[in-house]
Each structure stands twice: as structure tokens, then as C-alpha cells.
Design a protein around this ligand. Structure first.
Ligand SMILES: O=C(CO[C@H]1O[C@H](CO)[C@@H](O)[C@H](O)[C@H]1O)[C@@H](O)[C@H](O)[C@H](O)CO
Length: 582
């Protein structure tokens, strides 16, 4: 696999800087804090660190609203700290990618300040401005009836020039007009080249399939008669010029710097629509995140996103199979992930955190699932120690995320107590806040995230004394120890685990998740069988012997189990195993 680019079998680790490590006691994570834990990441087996936005920002959406791409948000540190992060990471053989948020800026960005200053300002067309419409009563209404991802309209009226500007997210995040070539050039120069010239190794690219909007700006069909704002992803997702723009970004910036790129791609549930973005010969993106699997349990993200919808294991298995589309028929590549800063914790959503024992066992089986899937693996901070959702006893006041508060406000305004109750229940399961509380390093005050007496920007989890790195580091039976072992196994068996074809077994089984990985690249007859008990009862695993014959060799069990009956593993509750024929 020598001729494969490093980023295919590299392990990426996402850092949410506000919540990773605070070095100066202001209760907000920072770059010196991250730098002080690089050995921890290196020891875990991390190859590439993805740092969520650190740029100057009013933090309306935690930095996904950038005021100055070339300045570091002061509580995070300085640009010199980024240089140290790069140097110290590279010295440890780790690369660093930054978060590129260029579908929109903050409304405080100088570009937007100029654009809103007058209709004939040279940067007017760098954003998307439209005149108002008026309804039958002569009331001014937005140019279209589109709904924002954070609830409410996608348009805000600007008194100064008496026009509306478009924002797919918060009104603090006006969308840039990628149809304007000078705007695109400024994005390439002012943001991407600036950081690549400083030694950054690549980018996670935010909302990458939303840059090209349909130019007819018409109303969307009314799917929710109770709301004036309608779901309309077809108006801006995978738009008419999106491949032209991304190919240009690759040709002019990414390729010349050999910068790795991972795009964040939503509302595109069909792999046939995704492959063109990630086929090597297309020269667009190296890989993308698609969210169908990680979003299981949520409603339509442009509708009742936070009305929780329980899902069967068979659905999780079917979505895993759907996105394990690397089959050697083309040069497309994919990603593997189950957590990020926009979703709740995996052990609470796909595992069972109801007891310490089931929490430990289910978190390990989720890890084994992840490390045996084909594609580039991404971990999210805290996943490796099994961090859990905020306690259900915590009130809405603990939820800080603009999306959580937006949906809660919308429910309150509806005056419908049932909707309010359902939304609170849904947020308790799904909110982005769950993955954003401070990282749990040890049992000292504030979980070692910040110093004693400091006030963390978000409350530290009540259970930090039982779930933290210090407690797990030297415990061979801990989730952390298992992740270290599993990440090593992934590299040792990369031809099957990272590059192999995926075949789902027993799709209707609602307790056991089994699949086969075959060696498509090496063209050998090497086979791995993965069989995971995703239930709280003992289960029979898949028929390993019928696939691997007498050669079946146990590579790993999450609970040191090995019992086989008639060629089928007897799996303890939440036990996972991998067998191979070599
Ligand atoms: O649309 C996005 C883009 O998210 C990216 O873009 C958003 C805007 O920059 C930002 O808030 C997210 O943190 C960033 O990951 C969703 O993935 C997001 O999860 C949101 O919850 C929609 O329901």
C-alpha cells in the first residue's frame, strides 16, 4: 500500500479547542493547552490533528463565524502559538489541518461591513443581497420562504440599504457569493494560501457542497404548513457550479500545496452524488463526511431536527453498508466517523451507557466497529475515553449552542407544550452541546480541563471523577487502552480494515452486527469476519467457520472471549470479535 497517500490509513483526531485544555485559567480551552497534550495524542496513535475554528470571531457559532481569517481568537492564543503547534506536531510525526469556513463569514468581517455599506460598494456582490417582496397586505416579506439550519428564515433585512442578505445558518453568518470570481480569489489567497504558507497540512472544509446556490431564488414547496419557513436544501446543496468551484479550489490551491482536504457534505444521501466529489481523477476533494449514519435518531435537519426518533440496529447496519462504497470499481474514497462537534456522544446513541459495565463494553465494541471499516478514520476528542452526553438532569440553561437554543426558542414561541416537551427530550439525546463540554483529563477540580477555582465556559460533566484519562491510562481494561490497541490493530491489518471491501451479513438481525472484509487491493484471499453483539444479552455471532473454514484465527475480542459453538462465536453482552484466515 506504499503507493497510497498517507491520509488514507492515517488516524485523524478532531480537537474542539474551546473544550480540550485550558492553560491560563480563563475557563476556555486554548492552543498552549493543546500543545501541552501533544504527547497524549501521539501516544494514542494519532497521525493528523484537525483543529476546529481558532480564528478571530465573535463566537456566535463557536468560531464557525469568522471575523478575520488571519488572526487567532485571543482566548485561543496567538499566531505564534499556531507556529509552535505546527512545529511540535510535526516533530512528533503528526500533521495538522485547520477548519476552513468559507461558505459564510461573520457579519463583523470587514468584507461584509464593506458589502453592507452601500449597494454600489465593490464588495456588494461578495454576499447575496435581494430586494424585499410584499404580500397581499403590502407587508414586507423575505425574498424566499427558505428555512435556516438554525431555525427561522435564511434572510435578514438590512435597514441601511433596505435589502435582505442570505444566511443558511445564523443571521450572524452571511453567505459569501461564490459566483463572484474576485470573492473566490480572496478566499483562496486570504485564507487558504495564508495558512498553507505557514505549514498547515490541509483543511477540513465546512459546508463544502453549499457554495453554489441556484440563481432563480424561488420559493420552496410548502412541506410544513405550520411554518412560514420551508426546508429547501435543493436550492443550495450540490448547486449548478459546485464541482467547478471545488475543482478550481483544488487546481489553484490544494494540489499545488499537496494539502489534504476533507469536506463536510450534508443533505446528499445518495453515494452516486457523493462519488464525483471524492474520485481521485476528478481532482476535487480527497474525502468527505456524509451524515446519514451519525444523524440516526434526528429528524429532518431543516425541519423537526430535535424530535428524537428511535432506530433499529438494522438501519444502522444498512447505512454502514451504503457508505462503505469503496469496492475497487473506481478511485473514490470515504471517511469513517461516529462522533464530531455537531452530534451527541456515540456510546449514548449507538451503545449503552446505562451502567458503568455496559458503558465500558459498548464503547469498546463501537471502537472495534470503527477501526474495521474502510476509509479514513476520524476520532473526536473524548470518544477514546467514552465521554457521555450531559446528564438528563441538566436544564436547558446548560445548553449553549446557537442551534439548540434556536430550536428551543422556536418551540417556546409555538406555545405548544407538547412540542416544547418533545424538543427538550430530543435535545437531551441529540444536541451538539453534548460533545462540547470540557474534556475530562483527571479527577482534580474541573476535571483537569482548567485550574481549580476557574469557571469553565461549559459545565464539567458530573461523572468526571469516574470517566477521565488519568483513570484509564494505565488500566488494561479501559476504553482508552482498547482504543490504543484497536488503532494499532487497524494499521497491522490495514489491507482489510482500511482498504478492504465490505459485505454485510445477517442484515435483519437486530442484535448482532456482522460483516466480511476482503482484500480488494492485494487480490489475495485474505478475509476478515467482524461480528459485534450490539445488545445487552448473550448472542450467537455469525457463522465464522462457514466463511473462514478451519483457518479461522481470533484476532481480537473486546472482552477476551473466544468460545465458539459449531463455528459460531458465543458473544457476551456487547462483545465484539474479529476473525481472519491468515
Ligand atoms: O449543516 C451543517 C454544517 O455544519 C457545519 O457548519 C455549521 C455552520 O458553519 C456549523 O454550525 C457546524 O458546527 C459545522 O460543522 C450541519 O452539519 C450541522 O450539523 C448543523 O447541525 C445542521 O443541522
Amino acid at each position: 500500500f506504499t503507493n497510497e497517500p498517507y491520509w488514507k490509513d492515517a488516524t485523524f483526531y478532531q480537537v474542539y479547542p474551546a473544550s480540550f485544555k485550558d492553560s491560563n485559567g480563563d475557563g476556555w480551552g486554548d492552543l498552549p493547552g493543546l500543545i501541552s497534550e501533544l504527547d497524549y495524542l501521539s501516544d494514542l496513535g494519532v497521525d493528523v490533528i484537525w483543529v476546529s475554528p481558532i480564528f478571530d470571531s465573535p463566537q456566535k457559532d463557536m468560531g464557525y463565524d469568522v471575523r478575520d481569517y488571519q488572526k487567532i481568537y485571543a482566548p485561543y492564543g496567538s499566531i505564534e502559538d499556531v507556529d509552535i503547534l505546527l512545529r511540535e506536531s510535526h516533530n512528533r510525526g503528526m500533521k495538522v489541518i485547520l477548519d476552513l469556513v468559507v461558505n459564510h463569514t461573520s457579519q463583523e468581517h470587514e468584507w461584509f461591513q464593506e458589502s453592507r455599506s452601500s449597494k454600489d460598494n465593490p464588495k456588494r456582490d461578495w454576499y447575496i443581497w435581494k430586494p424585499p417582496r410584499y404580500d397581499a397586505e403590502g407587508t414586507r416579506i423575505p425574498p424566499t420562504n427558505w428555512r435556516s439550519y438554525f431555525a427561522g428564515p435564511t434572510w435578514t433585512f438590512d435597514e441601511h440599504t433596505r435589502e435582505y442578505y442570505l444566511h443558511l445558518y445564523a443571521s450572524d453568518q452571511p453567505d459569501l457569493n461564490w459566483d463572484n470570481a474576485s470573492c473566490r480569489r480572496a478566499i483562496y489567497d486570504n485564507t487558504m494560501r495564508f495558512w498553507l504558507d505557514r505549514g498547515v497540512d490541509g483543511f477540513r472544509i465546512d459546508t463544502v457542497n453549499k457554495y453554489s446556490k441556484r440563481q432563480d431564488f424561488v420559493d420552496a414547496p410548502v412541506t410544513d404548513p405550520s411554518s412560514p419557513h420551508q426546508s429547501a436544501p435543493e436550492m443550495w446543496c450540490n448547486g449548478p457550479r459546485i464541482h467547478e468551484f471545488i475543482h478550481e479550489m483544488n487546481r489553484d490551491v490544494l494540489a499545488p500545496y499537496e494539502a489534504v482536504s476533507v469536506g463536510e457534505l450534508s443533505n446528499t444521501p445518495d453515494p452516486r452524488q457523493v462519488r464525483p466529489y471524492v474520485s481521485a481523477r476528478a481532482q476535487e476533494l480527497d474525502m468527505v463526511f456524509e451524515f446519514s449514519l451519525i444523524r440516526l435518531g434526528t429528524g429532518n435537519i431543516l425541519g423537526p431536527k430535535y424530535i428524537y426518533q428511535p432506530f433499529p440496529l438494522s438501519k444502522m447496519k444498512a447505512l454502514t453498508q451504503k457508505w462503505q462504497f469503496v469496492d475497487g470499481t473506481d478511485d473514490a474514497w470515504t471517511t469513517v466517523f461516529v462522533e464530531n462537534h455537531d452530534n451527541a456522544r456515540a456510546v449514548c446513541r449507538f451503545g449503552d451507557s446505562s451502567t458503568p459495565e455496559l458503558w465500558n463494553k459498548s464503547a469498546k465494541t463501537i471502537a472495534l466497529w470503527q477501526v474495521t471499516l474502510t476509509g479514513t478514520l476520524f476520532l473526536y476528542q473524548g470518544q477514546e475515553i467514552g465521554m457521555t452526553n450531559m446528564p438528563s438532569s441538566w436544564g436547558i440553561e446548560e445548553y449553549k449552542d446557537v442551534e439548540s437554543t434556536g430550536f428551543y426558542e422556536e418551540a417556546v414561541q409555538s406555545g405548544d407544550p407538547e412540542l416544547i416537551k418533545k424538543t427538550l427530550h430530543g435535545l437531551g439525546h441529540l444536541a451538539r452541546d453534548h460533545s462540547r463540554i470540557p474534556f475530562q483529563w483527571d479527577a482534580s477540580p474541573n476535571a483537569g480541563f482548567t485550574r481549580e477555582g476557574a469557571t469553565p465556559w461549559m459545565r464539567v460533566h458530573d461523572e468526571y471523577k469516574s470517566i477521565n484519562v488519568a483513570r484509564q491510562r494505565d488500566d488494561p481494561d479501559s476504553i482508552l487502552s482498547f482504543y490504543k490497541k484497536a488503532l494499532t490493530l487497524r494499521k497491522q491489518h490495514r489491507d482489510l480494515f482500511v482498504f478492504g471491501s465490505f459485505t454485510l451479513l445477517d442484515p435483519e438481525d437486530e442484535s448482532v452486527f456482522s460483516y466480511v472484509k476482503r482484500d480488494i487491493k492485494g487480490h489475495t484471499d485474505k478475509i476478515a469476519v467482524v461480528t459485534l453483539n450490539m445488545s445487552g444479552e448473550q448472542q450467537m455471532g455469525t457463522d465464522v467457520a462457514s466463511i473462514l473454514g478451519s483457518e479461522a484465527r481470533l484476532v481480537v475480542s473486546t472482552q477476551d472471549g473466544s468460545k465458539l459453538v459449531d463455528g459460531r462465536p458465543v458473544l457476551k453482552p456487547w462483545e465484539g470479535r474479529v476473525y481472519v484466515n491468515y
